[in-house]
Design a protein around this ligand. Sequence first.
Ligand SMILES: NC(=O)c1ccc[n+]([C@@H]2O[C@H](COP(=O)([O-])OP(=O)(O)OC[C@H]3O[C@@H](n4cnc5c(N)ncnc54)[C@H](O)[C@@H]3O)[C@@H](O)[C@H]2O)c1
Length: 353
Amino acid sequence: MMLITHDRLRATAIRIFRAAGSKPEEAGIVAGHLVEANLRGHDSHGVGMIPTYMESLEAGTLKPNRAGRVAKSDGAFIVYDGERGYGQVVARAATQIGIERARKAGIAVIALRDTHHIGRVGSYGEQCAAAGLASIHFVNVIGNVPRVAPHRGTDARLSTNPICIALPAAEPGRPMILDLATSKVALGKVRVALNEGHSVAPGLIMDSQGNPTTDPKAMFDTPAGALLPLAEHKGYALSFACELLAGAIAGSGTLKKANRDKHTVTNGMLAFIFDPKRLTDQEWLTGEIEEITAYVTASPARDPGEPVLIPGDPERLMRKRRIAEGIPIDAVTFDQLADCAARLGLDRASFAG
Ligand SMILES: NC(=O)c1ccc[n+]([C@@H]2O[C@H](COP(=O)([O-])OP(=O)(O)OC[C@H]3O[C@@H](n4cnc5c(N)ncnc54)[C@H](O)[C@@H]3O)[C@@H](O)[C@H]2O)c1
């Protein structure tokens, strides 16, 4: 495990994306998004995704330098076609259009289709919150094999289908950002455990026979095992709702057979972005958020070292720490990045240095 400053990691990722054909702006956005995920403690969605992105580029299922386009615009409703671009660029552009529409119309409903992996969904919630808007995002994942078992099932039939709910900050810099996979654990976190040589906690995954296991390798065997849904039937129900909202209603497609074996990652997203001031007075709302936050977080902590937080706090705390101390990158991930760089004709030695 080594600690790398966020600046150096970003510069490294930018070099890789530039060598892989992205123009400077795109390389900066994608690298910035991935490093931000690392900074916020979500290494599963950080620079460790780069080898997967390179595979998609090679397979032609990810196209550089495409920001997508509005395919349909009807009042508050916008259909955004990602045109197989980098999700970080496409979803950001679609969210910006949604923000502008919600400022005018009070609400925007964005249906995002045919985009490569959009990364940490919370980043789009943060984008809305920073604009003073609230947002709800439902996401599904197609293009690859299912990863998550339905409640009562013994094999994977859905994916990690994340949900994000974001609210602008009452207190500067402290928006409420709920951003979670509907599986007990994100697949990328199992990959991180495998790379670091750890087992995963009991109760998170099952092997290909449907038996509980703590060996992360089970998720990457052929046939592969399955992640368990969050909170048994409740997470499964939320995941199924994501599949219908982000897959069917947003028009991106669900995990049916034709969408399972394309060796890529495609995210569908249905996002509702709205202006809370259309419903309540801003000052009153700020006061309510402040008071309920103070009340809830004042619950005496079971462990004094672990106070009660609100969603979004752990990521902000981790960000502060990692900006100061650096981002831990395990040797396997580092090697994979160096391999990517070497395959793109960059000098491996200068990259590692
Ligand atoms: N693009 C995709 O296809 C895809 C798929 C799955 C997950 N993801 C992303 O993976 C990331 C990780 O998801 P995850 O489910 O592993 O995250 P997680 O289990 O760490 O949960 C994160 C959420 O829980 C909140 N939280 C954590 N500890 C808390 C505490 N003590 N008190 C209050 N709130 C707390 C966080 O603020 C955050 O909102 C997310 O950013 C998600 O968007 C993306």
